[in-house]
Design a protein around this ligand. Structure first.
Ligand code: TXA
Ligand code: MG
Length: 357
């Protein structure tokens, strides 16, 4: 029914190297850096999700990222650096607020959108004048960036518009045969992608909610503009190619599993029972306590938003692999600390066709 992931795969033999996530082996990092230096693609763990890395200063290496992911060329990539000093080399302007945010949140899951310097080719930025930058906190990502000695362009290591990877297996499911190397550092701790904040405007604008909430940012930046991007209001005839996207993460459908996902009030049990009654194979993500439904693949989720985020994508991958017909998710609370999780769930629940692609 669904197109398998290996259709259209390239002929590359994807190498997999297991790496110690706390203390990465230097010889493995050197091997990965050599692949990057030759213009190749390396998937590696960060504290959020796995990234698909290439040398951000080389246009042809970055073009290979877009090709491997099947990503539209207008969707810009995040540039990963080791420090605030390195970030200043990829940015044409370094506002005081950027310095303050780095001092407070880097290394960590905060991406800053800045004016792009000429060190970074336009293809990284989807043709735009800005660049998104972050310094990841994961030891493997840090070691790799340092060993490469160049900024690393890395989107999430999934096929475009599909569920992001939090384990090496998820990367291989989408990209085996399309990339040169995967560094398997086990499950990523964070689970949803970094917060993206545009600091080229006043007030700074939240482009993608993530692990760092607006209330964490506001002591430093003042009021954050959290209005949805105008992209959400685009007429359905507009395509990604028509506009320079302020943030492709703002497209309604993104991070989506291959089957319909419904966000249900309460435990979601009523929906589950109804779909089972229609003969469907159902996957269910309730909170505790819940009353089980026979024959349903059930993954109870934690009530803490960070713990929930760390398991969400793995749960969606599990449901995909089980080939359920539909996924029912108990609606999370509507508080700010759940903003990142709710954003990902709403996008996953958005019907196909909403992505303008
Ligand atoms: O946690 C993360 O950020 C992960 C890991 C690998 O670091 N990366 C990630 O990359 O999520 P990706 O390509 O899947 O998402 C990049 C997001 C886009 O959706 C967009 O929101 C934003 O970063 N972005 C990148 N460049 C931008 C730019 N120049 N202007 C505005 N937004 C940009
Ligand atoms: Mg992504």
């Amino acid at each position: 029914m669904h197109q398998p992931d290996h259709v259209n795969s390239y002929a590359l033999a994807t190498e997999i190297l297991t790496v110690d996530p706390a203390d990465p082996q230097p010889e493995i990092i050197r091997r990965a850096a050599a692949v990057i230096a030759s213009g190749g693609l390396v998937a590696f763990p960060t504290e959020t999700v796995y990234g698909l890395g290439a040398d951000a200063t080389r246009g042809e290496a970055v073009a290979a990222i877009y090709a491997a992911k099947g990503r539209p060329p207008t969707n810009p990539l995040i540039v990963h650096v080791a420090s605030a000093e390195d970030a200043q080399r990829v940015a044409a302007d370094w506002p005081a607020v950027a310095q303050q945010l780095c001092e407070r949140f880097w290394p960590g899951p905060l991406t800053l959108v800045l004016q792009r310097s000429e060190a970074i080719p336009a293809i990284v930025a989807g043709g735009g004048l800005t660049v998104a930058v972050r310094a990841p906190a994961h030891p493997v990502a840090q070691a790799l960036i340092r060993a490469c000695g160049v900024p690393i362009a890395a989107p999430s290591a999934n096929r475009s518009n599909r569920v992001s990877p939090t384990r090496a297996e998820h990367v291989l499911k989408h990209l085996s045969g399309r990339i040169h190397l995967v560094l398997d550092g086990g499950p990523t701790p964070g689970g949803i992608e970094s917060t993206v904040l545009d600091v080229t405007c006043i007030p700074p604008r939240l482009l993608r909610p993530g692990p760092i909430a607006p209330k964490d940012l506001e002591p430093i930046v003042g009021k954050v503009d959290t209005r949805p991007s105008r992209i959400l209001g685009l007429p359905s005839s507009a395509t990604q190619a028509d506009v320079a996207l302020p943030s492709p993460g703002m497209l309604p459908r993104h991070y989506a599993p291959r089957m319909p996902l419904r966000i249900a009030p309460g435990t979601g049990r009523r929906q589950v029972v109804r779909l089972v009654g229609q003969g469907m194979k159902v996957g269910w993500l309730p909170f505790h306590p819940y009353a089980s439904v026979p024959g349903v693949i059930t993954l109870p989720m934690p009530k803490d938003p960070a713990a929930y985020a760390s398991l969400l994508y793995a749960a969606l991958h599990t449901m995909e692999d089980a080939e359920v017909d539909a996924i029912v998710v108990a609606a999370p609370p509507e508080t700010e600390e759940w903003l990142g999780v709710r954003d990902r769930l709403l996008r996953a629940a958005s019907p196909p066709g909403d992505d303008g692609a």
